[in-house]
Ligand binder design. Sequence first.
Ligand code: PMP
Length: 391
Amino acid sequence: MPTNPYNWIDKALSTINKANWYRSVKTIETLPGAIIKIEGKQLINFASNDYLGLAGDERLIAASIQATKEFGTGSTGSRLLTGHREIHQKLEQEISKLKQTEAALVFSSGYLANIGVISSIVSQRDLILSDKNNHSSLKNGAILSGAKIIEYNHNNLQDLQKKLEQERENYRRTLIITDSVFSMDGDLCKLPLLLELAEKYNSMLLVDEAHATGIFGNNGGGCVEHFKCTGKELIQIGTLSKALGSLGGYVAGSKKLIEFLQNRAPSWIYTTGLTPGDTAAALTAIKIIKQEPERRSKLWQNVETLKNLLETENQPFYTEKKISNYESPIICFPLKNAAQALTIGEKLKEKGILAPAIRPPTVNTSRIRISLMATHQKNHLQKLVKALINF
Ligand code: PMP
């Protein structure tokens, strides 16, 4: 008896629902910002990656419109064919200046940058050592490469060293991969020690600066600058879609690495170049990051204010981590399970706060995740803390 080959989808959806893992989109009806409207309701936004408030900035919007008028809506082909414009090259130069690397290469998203770079520089004869809490794009890049993947315990460099000691000699090349700011935990990788281990075991090191560029370091150069590791030989990945308020991704590193990737990275070679509008917006964002360091200072002030408010409330909820140990604008409160996280997320929404539940499979432990922006006002943070403690 023939059965419908798509029937399994109903079952899969029902399993997802039963586990409280079901997700769906919500329509935002306003410009990005600290206050947004979702489905008719005004909310204080603690769920955005727009750390410096640039995604709705009129200068980025104007640059995007201007470039669109000049070069069109689409770039019409891959960079190696008809998709390359002078602004792509300018953006790559500005990224390499910000990162103080020899060169940079822009991809159409950060996800594509990670999968393209990782899968090009290692293969079957090689080893990848990957932090257990790495972002999905690093993990999938590793799988795509065909290299042997060994995960080390989150931020545990003793475990990493043990694995390098046991395994390094069995492989041709080795690549260590890590988020620099862990996207779902908000903690930082131990970059100087990672560099030491990479050197000791003749390994490459790739750090994903998605949540650090524009935020960390005196010039917004990211965790590499923050940890005074500028100029060290390593591979830096990033995105144009968080602090830079646009869309796209990049890799920054040596000239020879970029040259190699232009010839080998499938997610750069075989995809359409970044749109002129996105490219121009990112270029303008980098200028603003240089000219207006006060945006970064305001973001860090907000981090301090929130930590102080939370501490005054005497560690009100759900977390064993000391508030003073929070190191970034991402602050998480682990919860018992997905159902509890969903309930709390909904209740916060009723109180006018957008701080969504993050659940498996994104993370192992369900949580409420808060991300701060430079555009939050003190009263937004006060309202958040009040909402969090009144359960
Ligand atoms: N790396 C990390 C750590 C991220 O958090 C994200 C985005 N969530 C990405 C890469 C992917 O970047 P993009 O959104 O530009 O694809």
